[in-house]
Design a protein around this ligand. Structure first.
Ligand SMILES: [Fe+2]
Length: 192
């Protein structure tokens, strides 16, 4: 059975020094975007499940320093695509529109600041399409989507989410900040 997510609470916490750096990088990200890994979703328009048009929150990722990758290799997983601090900023609609990820199959998250009282990651099926999608998908009209799973990712806990099924992040009211690692290899058995 394929999993939408797995909670990996046996994995070690991110050292405080790196957590502090992540918060500092967000301040830097807000003033000038240095070394962005990507800038997905920003200004993407969609219609939400209630039929209201709006703009997706922005999603930025930023490198986390020379010691971050060695720490990840030693403590979390041996190979990965990239990693850093991920920052979602509320922009008009309190959600990141439904999508599959552009550059990875799995996304490993360690949320530092959820970005609202109840921020939920939800997986959906677009009727007429397979649950598990090939390539990059962005959903414009969310009103037809069928929900498959959801999780309110607990702060400061590693959670691996499956990015091959369309998913959104909903309930964003303030800055959502987390440490994020992109994976192509199924290290945590989500597809088994
Ligand atoms: Fe995603």
């Amino acid at each position: 059975m394929r999993h939408y997510y797995k909670i990996l609470d046996h994995l070690p916490h991110v050292p405080m020094e790196i957590q502090t750096r992540a918060f500092n990088e967000v301040v830097e990200l807000k003033s000038q975007c240095l070394n962005p890994i990507n800038d997905e979703h920003k200004q993407r328009w969609f219609v939400d499940r209630e039929g209201n048009p709006g703009q997706s929150s922005g999603y930025l990722r930023h490198a986390l320093g020379d010691d971050f990758y060695p720490w990840v290799r030693e403590n979390i997983c041996e190979t990965f695509i990239d990693g850093g601090v991920a920052f979602t900023e509320f922009a008009g609609r309190p959600m990141l529109g439904a999508h599959t990820d552009r550059t990875r199959k799995y996304s490993l998250l360690y949320v530092l600041q959820p970005g609202g009282a109840r921020v939920v990651t939800r997986w959906y099926q677009d009727p007429g399409h397979p649950i598990w999608r090939e390539g990059i998908v962005h959903i414009h009209d969310h009103s037809q989507l069928v929900q498959l799973a959801e999780i309110e990712i607990p702060p400061r806990t590693w959670v691996c989410i499956n990015a091959q099924c369309i998913h959104s992040v909903e309930g964003i009211q303030t800055q959502r900040i987390g440490i994020n690692i992109s994976l192509d290899h199924d290290w945590f058995g989500l597809d088994q």
